[in-house]
Design a protein around this ligand. Sequence first.
Ligand SMILES: [Zn+2]
Length: 106
Amino acid sequence: MKITCWNCKKEYELDAAAVDAALKALDASKLGFVDVPCPHCEKENRTKRAEFETAKLAFEEAAKKAAEEAAKKAAAAAEPELKGLAARKAKEKERAALDKKKGHKG
Ligand SMILES: [Zn+2]
């Protein structure tokens, strides 16, 4: 999540772990906000719980999408192999059928 520092106006990013840590700190403190120090000027930026919760949901959504994307890629990578296998089996069947025919004829 992005926080814009009230003091130096620079933006800084909190990753999923930092958001989790902030939510844990919020649970412990029972307050509705947590002070996040700015990495540029070290001033505290008071940030509301709702902002962390929104960010956590966004991170979870992104993680889910990434996992789905990875699963799709894995499936796409496995597909030609499966198709190849199916094609080989179909050919084997065809050949077996031909052999049978030949057997009948011959
Ligand atoms: Zn700052």
